[in-house]
Design a protein around this ligand. Structure first.
Ligand code: GLN
Length: 231
């Protein structure tokens, strides 16, 4: 770690529970792929940072208001977002979104969603996906600030389905013993995950992230992190 008091300490925002990218483990440590990738890249590039676990939508707000320099929260790189002012690093992972229902639900395909009340997480690509299907299937959307409460609305029966990134849904169902299952054929096209910011003057941080990402991919550290969480 640098001792130079003038060294810039970046504030980086992240989600609260987005397993296995960020979550609190059984020992109370905040861990995950995003957490480890950021630590490895910061070490490689020699920068200091403070990670703030705020939630996905709250991370966007923190970056936009200047309270955070950037966010790393499994944020999907999309054309729509880039047109809307998001600036992304290179992609460090790729994921689709899919739909999950309570185990044994009569909903077996997207068509079966017709007329349902569905749960989404505010500001996410899963929410965009549900909004795209809204008219076609006459969906009623209910918005949640975090993934666990969104899942609870499905297992508790208030919502018929939820929309979430496929690897997160799969890990949460498996590790959390959630009484849910992914609807077959519900995956969308997906997108890469990148570190994100909303201000061109943060490009320096994204450049460091990209350089560090290339290095940890070349030296095996990246593969080690992915294997640790996704085995
Ligand atoms: N990948 C999704 C998105 O970017 C979800 C991210 C999240 O919920 N942390 O919108």
């Amino acid at each position: 770690a640098k001792t130079d008091a003038s060294a810039k300490k970046y504030v980086i925002a992240t989600d609260t529970v987005f397993k296995p990218f960020e979550y609190t483990d059984a020992s109370g440590n905040f861990v995950g792929i995003d957490v480890d990738i950021l630590a490895a890249i910061a070490e490689d590039q020699g920068f200091e940072y403070e990670l703030r676990s705020l939630g996905f939508d709250a991370s966007i707000a923190a970056c936009k208001s200047g309270q955070a320099d950037a966010m790393i929260a499994g944020a999907s790189i999309t054309d729509e977002r880039q047109k809307g002012g998001w600036i992304f690093s290179d992609a460090y992972y790729t994921a689709t979104q899919s739909v999950a229902v309570k185990k044994g639900s009569s909903i077996k395909s997207l068509d079966d969603l017709k007329g349902s009340t569905v749960a989404v997480k505010t500001g996410t690509k899963g929410a965009d996906y549900a909004e795209e299907l809204k008219d076609k299937y006459s969906l009623k959307l209910t918005y949640f600030e975090d993934s666990p409460t969104m899942y609870q609305s499905v297992t508790g029966g208030q919502c018929a389905a939820c929309f979430e990134d496929t690897p997160i849904m799969a890990a949460s169902i498996k590790d959390g013993n959630l009484d849910m299952e992914i609807v077959e054929g519900s995956e969308n096209e997906g997108a890469g995950y990148g570190m994100a910011t909303f201000s061109a003057d943060k490009q320096e941080l994204l450049d460091k992230f990209n350089a560090g990402l290339a290095n940890i991919k070349a030296n095996g550290k990246y593969d080690e992190i992915i294997a640790k969480y996704l085995g």
